[in-house]
Design a protein around this ligand. Structure first.
Ligand SMILES: [Zn+2]
Length: 318
């Protein structure tokens, strides 16, 4: 029987996870390594020389040059957390190993915390994934399509809930052999030339070849130095159009992932994070074994949310 290379790859087993991250001390050590892989760097002056002060169980790092003091979690998504690191690490493990993502409700049950706390942990980790994804652009052959969250796809129903719909560009780059490589899912103001030109300049490397259906706005990718190949789909189902086959598969996977894992959420407010988390997972689908550590690095190197956005999240939860 043929085995699916993605589905049958070894992940990080629960016993392995527990061995690596069973205690606060082990988690603290792993976080320090993830945050400063080349050793401590002062967040203020980038100096390396430092001393470690201890207040209770917490380490405080003091820069020898400028005397700036920082904790291990300050300046990361873990900043000001009241949760033990072991709880955060369990969340990172569960989120990274779940094939189609995990809802805040499942996370609440697994972590044994309140729903608002689970929601906040989930949101912060999705933010870390989204910021990591924002660093990459697509190149080479790229299939694109227009899509919506919170409603049927283009041309679909309008009505109940439609005010919550969010338009986004779905794009997938291909290998030379025509296999899917990376995806990028980006909320846009609408499918107008200007919005697509802006999206292309941020998301595509110049010289890419973009394949789309007949929607006029996608011709704007040429403004970002890309070539545009338009396929008229008329009368054919998306899966019958080879030029758009993979982007339709990706959108199908996204739909399954969102309907299976997440209850209704504020699409307008949080679309970017949900799409970013899906793309993060898809783009690392061959690396399940190392994903827990990689998500830890993303979280350790992601700046904390502003007070304002944390308040907004807290209001959402109550
Ligand atoms: Zn310093």
């Amino acid at each position: 029987m043929a085995m699916n290379r993605i589905q049958f790859q070894p992940g990080l087993s629960m016993p392995e996870f527990l061995k690596l991250f069973a205690t606060e001390a082990l988690c603290s050590q792993a976080l320090e390594q993830a945050r400063w892989p080349d050793g401590f760097r002062c967040p203020d002056c980038a100096g390396a020389a430092h001393c470690v002060l201890r207040t209770g169980t917490h380490k405080v790092f003091q820069c020898n040059a400028c005397r700036h003091q920082t904790s291990l979690t300050a300046g990361t998504v873990f900043q000001s957390t009241k949760l033990p690191l072991t709880t955060w690490f369990l969340a990172i493990y569960l989120i990274s190993q779940a094939k189609t993502g995990l809802s805040a409700l499942s996370l609440k049950r697994h972590l044994g915390v309140s729903y608002p706390t689970a929601w906040l942990v989930h949101h912060k980790l999705m933010q870390a994934m989204t910021e990591r994804e924002a660093r990459y652009t697509l190149s080479g052959k790229v299939q694109v399509d227009d899509a919506y969250l919170g409603g049927e796809r283009s041309g679909g129903k309008v009505g109940r809930g439609s005010e919550n719909k969010v338009a986004f560009v779905a794009a997938v780059s291909l290998t030379d052999e025509g296999h899917p490589l990376r995806v990028k899912l980006s909320p846009v103001a609408g499918f107008k030339l200007k919005a697509i030109a802006d999206w292309a300049s941020k998301s595509l490397a110049p010289g890419s070849t973009v394949y789309s259906d007949g929607l006029a706005c996608f011709s704007a990718v040429t403004q970002a130095g890309c070539t545009h190949e338009c396929t008229v789909v008329a009368g054919r189902k998306p899966k019958e159009v080879p030029e758009l086959q993979w982007i339709n598969t990706v959108l199908g996977n996204l739909k399954t992932s969102l309907s299976g894992s997440y209850h209704s959420f504020g699409f307008r407010k949080y679309a970017e994070q949900y799409l970013g988390a899906f793309a993060y997972r898809f783009n690392r689908r061959f690396d399940l074994k190392t994903l827990t550590k990689r998500l830890l690095v993303a979280a350790a190197q992601c700046a904390p949310h502003s007070q304002r956005s944390i308040r907004m999240v807290a209001e959402h939860c109550c």
